[in-house]
Design a protein around this ligand. Structure first.
Ligand SMILES: Cc1cc2nc3c(=O)[nH]c(=O)nc-3n(C[C@H](O)[C@H](O)[C@H](O)COP(=O)(O)OP(=O)(O)OC[C@H]3O[C@@H](n4cnc5c(N)ncnc54)[C@H](O)[C@@H]3O)c2cc1C
Length: 524
């Protein structure tokens, strides 16, 4: 039976700006959160002409020039931006500092402002999930879903898609002088790490310095999952998809009479784009004692910064350069406004990086996957450097397989309240050593320069319910102990994927849509 939406639950002054008002009656599927995964799911499910979908997103559409321009949309640290930010709990590993937590509040979620890097991760990681018992989650099982969404413009091979809606391409050339990218390629080569044009080739070296494709349209516009999977053509032609923005899902309704609770609908309210600031960590007295805590993972970054002349800072320091680049973007869709911040990246085994290492020794071993990524970035990426008036170049060093986990804790029934997040960086032995391989004296430096890379993951991990770290969803993404409720986003990864997350998130949404459509056609 389809999930029921009860119109009586709509707040009296609910606004459905930019979108259709939900039709009264039943929807076959309700998707809570129109983020990176949510847009893919809505699009794929409504390919079936018998399925109707209600997509509820707390943020707005924000289909503006700024949000389509890659560089401007990714400037989330400044000014007004469709995101919610709050502080983590103080981090021991960062000398008691708090770090900023950031999530999107916009249709398309983080794919509307992220750095657009498209990386799938090593096949060995997914094969490890299968080895741990996750049926249907080996790389061979998942490759078709990567292919399905993809339109690979700059790379080719049987493992790439060319007919999917989501394009990725390399930047035309390496930018900046002295060239950040070519210097990184040379430095990696000196360490015995080879260069590859295709970071997503499953048979490629697992340790490599790789050119990184980005999810960018041919005209230089950002290609979020909202742009790629829900273009106007689809949303106007498919009357069966109702997209309601500015709408916060506040509660899931359950029928509790049967063997196990059945998710039957959702409650929702209007969401203010600029939510009221709520006090942090101040427990709501009326809910004293309420707490739901889940482990969660993130990729911690440590930044090393160098002062150089030609970086993205050129746009701030030279009006002429800024105007030239802006015109280049407007006319040709090229140049610095396309956000060429990461053009290559180094994926390595930390064992190969210390003074006593044997360069490249693990390079051909397909059973292993990299445990550190070193991203050369043409701007300043720490929270601590004060000399903003100069150009900087940073290496962000990221342990890719962290053992340390943090927690995300709901401490109030208020659906507008942000959860309490402990990032838990460097709390388990073995993680800081991966970064420290560069120099054994670096602990204090790491503490000062630690940052999040916004890769929040695995808080609803796919695993058995009573696993050592308890699972929330099964191999079909169904929530344990509940009927008709699935989760499909970055939270379900059994372990944080040892790469950037958006391509794996889209793969999860593609697979979830496929599983739902199969169930639908078997029961209708
Ligand atoms: C700044 C930044 C840069 C990044 N750069 C990259 C990169 O270059 N490459 C890469 O691969 N990955 C990158 N990532 C990570 C990647 O973008 C995310 O992991 C991925 O997009 C998460 O997808 P998701 O669907 O799980 O969540 P999201 O995309 O965050 O979507 C969740 C959606 O749910 C909505 N929502 C939440 N609660 C409610 C509610 N109660 N009711 C209604 N709606 C709700 C939110 O508004 C949001 O739109 C970056 C992330 C950030 C934040």
């Amino acid at each position: 039976m389809p999930i029921q939406h009860d119109p009586a639950d709509v707040g009296a002054d609910a606004r459905f700006s930019d979108t259709s008002v939900p039709r009264r009656g039943l929807y076959d599927y309700i998707i809570a959160g129109g983020g990176t995964a949510g847009c893919v799911l809505a699009s794929r499910l409504t390919e079936d002409p018998t399925i109707s979908v209600l997509l509820l997103e707390r943020g707005s559409v924000h289909n503006t020039f700024t949000m389509r321009c890659p560089l401007l949309s990714s400037s989330y640290a400044q000014g007004k931006h469709p995101s919610v930010r709050w502080n983590s709990t103080p981090l021991t590993a960062a000398n008691g500092r708090v770090l900023e937590i950031l999530t999107g509040t916009v249709l398309g979620g983080a794919s509307r402002f992220n750095s657009m890097l498209y990386t799938r991760g090593s096949p060995a990681q997914y094969d490890e999930w299968r080895r741990q018992g996750r049926v249907g989650w080996s790389y061979a099982d998942l490759e078709p879903y990567f292919i399905k969404s993809e339109n690979a413009v700059s790379t080719s091979g049987y493992y790439h898609g060319t007919e999917g809606p989501w394009s990725n391409r390399h930047f035309d050339k390496f930018l900046f002088k002295p060239n950040v990218a070519t210097s990184a390629v040379k430095a990696a080569k000196d360490l015995g790490i080879s260069y590859t044009d295709d970071v997503n080739a499953p048979e490629g070296p697992c340790v490599s310095c790789a050119k990184i494709p980005v999810t960018l349209a041919s005209d230089g516009k950002r290609l979020s999952t909202f742009d790629a999977f829900l273009p106007p053509l689809i949303t106007t032609q498919r009357r069966r998809v109702a997209i309601c923005t500015d709408t916060l899902v506040t509660k899931i309704d359950f029928d509790v009479g049967g063997v196990q609770p059945v998710a039957s609908g959702v409650f929702f309210k209007p969401y203010e784009s600029t939510p009221k600031q709520r006090p942090f960590y101040a427990r709501d007295q009326s809910h004293q004692g309420f707490a739901r805590r889940w482990p969660q993972f993130d990729h911690v970054g440590t930044t090393i910064t160098y002062r150089v002349s030609d970086t993205l800072h050129a746009l701030e320091s030279s009006l002429t350069r800024a105007l030239t680049e802006f015109l280049n973007y407007l006319i040709r869709g090229r140049g610095l406004f396309t956000n060429p911040s990461v053009q290559v990246s180094i994926f390595a085994k930390s064992d190969n990086l210390g003074d006593d290492a044997e360069p490249g020794v693990e390079e051909t071993n397909r059973e292993t996957f990299p445990d550190i990524e070193i991203m050369p970035i043409p701007h300043e990426c720490t929270y601590v450097t004060s000399q903003k008036s100069q150009g900087f170049f940073s290496f962000i060093c990221v342990p890719l397989q962290p053992k340390s986990s943090g927690t995300v804790e709901l401490f109030s029934h208020d659906p507008y309240a942000n959860p309490k997040v402990d990032l838990g960086f460097f709390t388990r032995e073995g993680d800081i050593e991966v970064v420290r391989k560069l120099d054994e004296q670096l602990d204090a430096f790491i503490g000062q320069n630690v940052r999040t890379t916004y890769h929040y993951a695995s808080s609803c991990r796919m695993a058995q319910e009573h696993d050592t770290v308890p699972g929330v969803v099964d191999d079909e993404l169904r929530v344990h102990g509940v009927s008709r409720l699935r989760i499909a986003d970055a939270s379900i990864f059994p372990d944080i994927v040892a790469t950037h997350l958006q391509a794996p998130v889209v793969m999860v949404a593609e697979k979830c849509a496929d599983m739902l459509k199969k169930t639908w056609s078997a029961t209708n």
